[in-house]
Design a protein around this ligand. Structure first.
Ligand SMILES: Cc1cc2nc3c(=O)[nH]c(=O)nc-3n(C[C@H](O)[C@H](O)[C@H](O)COP(=O)(O)OP(=O)(O)OC[C@H]3O[C@@H](n4cnc5c(N)ncnc54)[C@H](O)[C@@H]3O)c2cc1C
Length: 461
């Protein structure tokens, strides 16, 4: 039972341009659900904000009523931060407007935009913003945590391309931040997560990409996993920034592009995107496509927008998910352990991902942004999934053990982290960075109103 009454809610509802959804509303179940069905929560209120005015009113309401506040961009938080039991969900999904400036190659995107929105608007001008392997993901949480995608080696992380933002802070101020205005806040938004307020819009630097790139996936039999990893390590060494690749150790889905005899068997996919001249793509990606006997090779020229949606069908909404990550450098040393984890994967939906990093991302100084782990060549992301609650604790236990195989003290990535525990958050930031983030939290959110996130508590609390 909440302490506010109908009159208070009526006032809020009247003041909003967007929708106020309560538990008795027929839209409630759809409105409260997020991508990860492992977090089935029942908020007291959901506000679908239509603009900054709605955000200001909702933040003020949460603060004055003492309600826990969950901020939702694209709703893809793995730990379920974008929903809350008994609190208020500030849903930015109606705020997905994007304005591209093709002359200066920048774009201003509202805080609820998805990658599919950004790709459509920027590609209209032959431009792209780096980030987003699955186009249904929101740019809000993605950018604020870092942002690793097919352009990470050529253009850096998404947060490296964030040049300005508008934010509503806990005390109800609407602030602008850029390199010239409150630069310490911009620094914090580049990797420090949703700790500092509701980011209503972000301005990004864009890059000339496509419309045609050379990309795709190649599949190898699971029994070659270790050989593929060693060969992959060798293939990544010294490659140009235009090429970003990853390995997905998984189980063959019953997809028409895979022969029936491998369906349901362990399989290793190597995915990649070459964003240089498309005619150079075949040669550039060739070493990644000859690592073991090939089952199917789907590499070829394709629209950048298609590459951005290539993996969408594999990551549907509404199932149980848990991610766990670890940055590392020595893939040769890790190969045997990773192949072992692949061999003992608890079900056909769970996967071992290795992303190749470096390039432009690695050249940004570690203290230039809050995202500080830039000197490792690879990141491991363990993706543990079940269709429903059955067997979920077992896959979570497997995921934890699988990352610990690389050393329990490895640095982590907040966006690939399935829970919000203090030690996982601390493991995501180098020492000086964490302390600097606390100082900025003290200034902008001293009471920790924004705590449903990979939380950096203020020093007072
Ligand atoms: C299918 C899938 C694919 C993914 N692929 C990648 C990938 O390729 N690369 C990668 O780096 N990560 C990837 N991720 C992880 C992704 O970056 C995080 O889950 C991210 O938090 C999603 O952002 P969102 O806005 O959709 O999430 P939400 O659940 O809406 O938000 C997560 C948290 O971010 C904060 N937040 C979101 N928007 C705002 C805002 N406008 N202002 C203030 N705070 C905000 C809030 O604290 C919120 O609780 C993927 C996740 C999924 C589920």
């Amino acid at each position: 039972m909440n302490s506010f009454g109908d009159a208070t809610l009526g006032e809020l509802s009247q003041a909003l341009r967007g929708e106020l959804i309560r538990p008795d509303d027929p839209r409630y179940d759809e409105a409260r659900s997020i991508w990860n069905a492992a977090h089935d929560r029942r908020p007291a209120l959901i506000v679908r904000c239509r603009g900054v005015a709605d955000v200001l009113k909702t933040v003020e309401f949460a603060r004055s009523e003492g309600l826990p506040l969950a901020v939702r961009g694209g709703g893809h938080s793995i730990p379920g931060f974008s929903t809350v039991d008994g609190g208020i969900v500030l849903d930015l999904s109606p705020m997905n407007g994007i304005r591209v400036d093709p002359v200066n190659r920048t774009a201003v995107c509202q805080g609820g935009s998805l990658w599919s929105d950004v790709d459509a608007e920027t590609q209209a001008f032959g431009l792209a913003l780096t980030g987003g392997l699955v186009s249904t993901t929101g740019i809000g949480g993605f950018t604020l945590g870092g942002g690793i995608g097919w352009l990470v080696r050529r253009c850096g992380l998404t947060c490296d391309n964030l040049i300005a933002a508008d934010i509503v802070t806990a005390d109800g101020q609407y602030l602008h931040t850029s390199e010239d205005e409150r630069p310490e806040l911009l620094w914090a938004l580049r990797g420090g997560g949703g700790n500092f307020g509701v980011v209503t819009s972000m301005e990004f630097r864009l890059h000339e990409v496509g419309p045609t790139i050379f990309g795709g996936l190649v599949f190898y039999p699971g029994e070659y996993a270790e050989q593929v990893l060693h060969g992959y390590r060798k293939a990544t060494s010294g490659i140009p920034d235009e090429l970003t690749t990853l390995v997905n150790m998984t189980t063959a889905p019953p997809a028409p592009f895979l022969p029936e005899e491998v369906h349901g068997k362990p399989i290793v996919a190597v995915g990649g995107m070459w964003s240089g001249r498309p005619e150079d793509g075949d040669a550039a990606t060739r070493p990644f496509r000859e690592l073991a006997p090939v089952i199917t090779d789907l590499f070829g020229p394709m629209p950048y927008a298609a590459q951005q949606q290539l993996l969408d069908p594999l990551y549907p909404r509404g199932i149980f998910n848990y991610f766990r990550s670890a940055f590392f450098s020595d893939l040769d040393e890790a190969a045997a352990a990773l192949a072992r984890e692949h061999a003992r994967v608890p079900n056909a939906m769970s996967e071992v991902h290795v992303h190749h990093l470096g390039g432009a991302m690695g050249r940004v100084p570690a203290d230039a942004t809050a995202f500080g782990t830039r000197d490792r060549e690879f990141i491991l992301n363990i993706v543990a999934r079940t269709p429903d609650a059955n067997g979920y604790p077992e896959v979570v236990a497997w995921a934890k053990g699988a990352t610990d195989a690389l050393g329990a003290d490895a640095a982590t990535y907040v966006n690939f982290t399935g829970e919000g525990s203090e030690d996982r958050v601390r493991a995501a930031y180098p020492r000086g960075t964490y302390e600097r983030l606390v100082t900025i939290k003290d200034k902008y959110d001293p009471t920790n109103l924004f705590r449903l996130n990979q939380n950096i508590p203020p020093s007072a609390g």
